[in-house]
Write a protein that binds this ligand. Sequence first.
Ligand code: GLV
Ligand code: MN
Ligand code: MN
Ligand code: MN
Length: 402
Amino acid sequence: MPDLVAHGLLAGLDEIAGTGRDLRAGGYSRHLWQGADLELRAWFTERAERLGLAVEVDRNGNTWAWWGAPGPGAVVVGSHLDSVPGGGAYDGPLGVVSALDAVARLQAAGFVPTRPCAVLVFAEEEGSRFGVACLGSRLLSGAIDADAARRLTDRAGITLAEAAVTAGLDPAHLGRDQDAIDRIGIFLELHVEQGRGLIDLGEPLAVASSILAHGRWRLSFTGQGNHAGATLMTDRRDPMVAAAHAIVAVQQAALASPGARATVGRIEAVPGGTNVIPSAVHAWLDARAETDVQARAVVADITARLQAPHAGCSATVVEESWTSTVAFDAELAARLALVLGGIPALPTGAGHDAGVLASRVPTAMLFVRNPTGISHSPDEFATLEDCLAGVEALDTLLRELL
Ligand code: GLV
Ligand code: MN
Ligand code: MN
Ligand code: MN
């Protein structure tokens, strides 16, 4: 790949390749304001400042790197650096590195923007620490109530408000940041594709057309904590058994609703001892579908199936976050696709900060092919050629928009 090496493009991915490696899960675990995330923030600041960009952290912990003076009508390009537990190297960082590289290329070519431009790194896109995906963009845009956000807790019981203090933010200032929103003329996010859409199309790039409606719910099962040896099988009220039946019900409800997806990817037994029948089990449901109505119906179906929980236990379902179907600005998407030589449009089942911003400002996304079709896994991948095509596309778009 001599060309890529000569361009120095995507070196940023190599620079952060050792940060936040998860030796247990494989891949990367980079969570808001903890070790790896703090290192990546410092790396981004240093990288952006090397390009002469002015770095600022907004009141919600999102990081902006301005090329020229901040101002209204800005073309803002960005993504995120945090990850799911055991995530891949590309989900988030590819968009950030590509944005920095596109700016570097334009600078090297002597291009002078006529509008403000910023590279933006959103905080806690995956919701891996505080449970709400796209937390930084939701706070910025007012899509989450600030009081509710302040009360969110991580697995250690630390509230977002407490963590914000540790990160040097004033928790009283978390929430809708209209001044920051008002500066964005257009938001662009480049992202590795997370399914097989581009493999099936045989194309390296696409613009995003839509995002599935999606949300997260906490399913809690309560029984009787007891001794694993002294309690007869017929005498138990075991919430783990209730949770097991519920997880099968989750799969059945999604299978019964064509195109819907429902996942339990995290489960916690309380207190969590091998020789202890749990007193409670919490399971987190992620459900998605093409329309809000369909996604809500799947969750209603799951909820109904839990009304008679197994093993004499009780069950509750609590919504933790919700995002309606996103239809990206079709005119903007068509314009960008045309500028890029007629690349296809693609829907996605993955959530993005761009999806949150789309209801506030003109927003578009570019997807880069993922030849494994696998994401939120160490097996996520993108070839250097396709990544370079992504940087070139951003470069072309910025020339057009700036
Ligand atoms: C985030 O990537 C999500 O779609 O859950
Ligand atoms: Mn992700
Ligand atoms: Mn992402
Ligand atoms: Mn995402």
